[in-house]
Design a protein around this ligand. Structure first.
Ligand SMILES: [Fe+2]
Length: 172
């Protein structure tokens, strides 16, 4: 499964100033999600992880400050479980319709700009209800070893971690 990242266009960068175009042509929304310190969206419900899953919205998440770990689960993908360590340089991560997703910030918190593409059936009262992994296929997918996406040497890399060999293996 190839995830999509939409790059930003940097206009100007000096030691203290970065000025870039974050616009996405396909988007018709502009949401900001601020984690002021360690936080998870959506939060756990007691011990159970919760996820968002959209029916009428494709997300495009761009980190503005900090780093945000995204977990994506989609049982229709050949690789159903992904963990993305998203930072600004990676651009906006696309989250397709039907993908269970949650995001986690470290102690510093993070600010994310989401520029979704919403269809005419979008209803905010229905689109943002946290969901548990309550189907066997989802629980199985969550247990499969994830594909990790990291930023290293100015590149987005897909890697998987082999716990037996205790090393990270680069994938294509
Ligand atoms: Fe979302």
């Amino acid at each position: 499964m190839k995830l999509k990242f939409f790059p930003t266009t940097i206009f100007r960068k000096t030691p203290k100033v970065t000025f870039f175009d974050a616009g996405l042509e396909t988007s018709n929304g502009c949401d900001v999600v601020i984690h002021s310190e360690e936080a998870t969206s959506p939060p756990d419900d007691f011990k159970d992880e919760q996820y968002y899953v959209h029916n009428h919205q494709i997300d495009h998440n761009l980190v503005i400050t900090g780093e945000r770990k995204f977990v994506l689960i989609n049982t229709s993908w050949d690789e159903p479980h992904h963990v993305i360590y998203l930072n600004r340089y990676m651009g906006a991560l696309e989250i397709p319709i039907g993908t269970y997703h949650r995001s986690i910030s470290g102690k510093e918190g993070s600010i994310v700009l989401n520029q979704p593409k919403r269809d005419k059936f979008f209803n905010p009262a229905k689109e943002f209800t946290p969901q548990k992994l309550d189907q066997v296929s989802l629980i199985k997918a969550r247990k499969t070893p994830p594909v990790y996406w990291i930023y290293e040497n100015n590149q987005i890399k897909r890697v998987n971690f082999d716990p037996l060999e205790r090393k990270v293996k680069a994938l294509n």
